[in-house]
Design a protein around this ligand. Structure first.
Ligand SMILES: [Zn+2]
Length: 225
């Protein structure tokens, strides 16, 4: 906690002067590029990994980057918090992109595997049921990358399943169909610090280097035309 408190003072004294103008402008409104959905894991730091600044990302984090699916009426079958973030981002902020970002060594994915070694965590156990489809898919269809550890294989498939859950929300489906919203699946490898993006054509996650970034941006530009 001492580190956290001293971090606030360090920001106030060293960084804040360069951000003062930006924050006073942002106090009036925010226009983030994307809704970024990722895990609560302390090792996943979106603003550091994506070199983003205040106002760039509307972020929603939870254990396992899970999105409870919606009913036909668009009401979440799980916690309302995730659904509210989605509604606010899509309807109010009108973001053009939603990224679901999973990561390696995810404690939530490990917990899905060790479901039988109960932690006496009734809330967590119930919450993780939203990753059950990913576990089922791994069992039925196998991994996207068999060189990964089993929990990382699950974590990659979990990203795809959560993108499908997103599409159960009528407002998301409508915007995607209208071409106003693009959903992307990303995966962060903690050990190497590399970010990957899911490629439908190759059915695999590819590292986001400059070549890949150029391809992704060209695709977004073509879609926006
Ligand atoms: Zn995690």
């Amino acid at each position: 906690m001492r580190k956290l408190i001293m971090g606030i003072v360090e920001f106030r004294e060293k960084m804040l002067p360069q951000y003062v103008q930006q924050f006073s402008k942002l106090a009036l409104a925010q226009t983030p590029d994307a809704l970024f959905i990722t895990c609560s894991d302390s090792r996943v730091v979106p603003d550091l990994l994506a070199s983003t600044h205040p106002g760039d990302l509307f972020t929603m984090r939870n254990v396992g980057n899970l999105i409870p699916p919606a009913t036909a009426e668009g009401v979440s079958t799980g916690d309302l918090s995730e659904a509210s973030a989605i509604e606010y981002a899509v309807l109010v902020l009108k973001v053009a992109n939603i990224v679901v970002c999973g990561h390696s060594e995810c404690g939530a994915m490990k917990a899905v595997f060790s479901r039988h070694a109960k932690l006496k965590s009734p809330n967590l156990d119930k919450w993780l049921c939203h990753a059950n489809n990913a576990a089922f898919r791994l069992e039925q269809e196998g991994p996207l990358d068999d060189s990964l550890k089993a929990h990382d294989q699950l974590s990659q498939l979990n990203v795809l399943v959560q993108l499908e859950h997103l599409m159960t929300y009528p407002i998301v489906r409508q915007q995607v169909t209208a071409g106003a919203l693009v959903l992307s699946g990303w995966w962060f490898d903690i050990a190497t610090g590399a970010m990957y993006a899911y490629e439908r054509t190759s059915r695999s996650f590819a590292v986001i280097d400059r070549t890949m970034a150029d391809r992704m941006i060209a695709r977004l530009t073509a879609r926006a035309r």
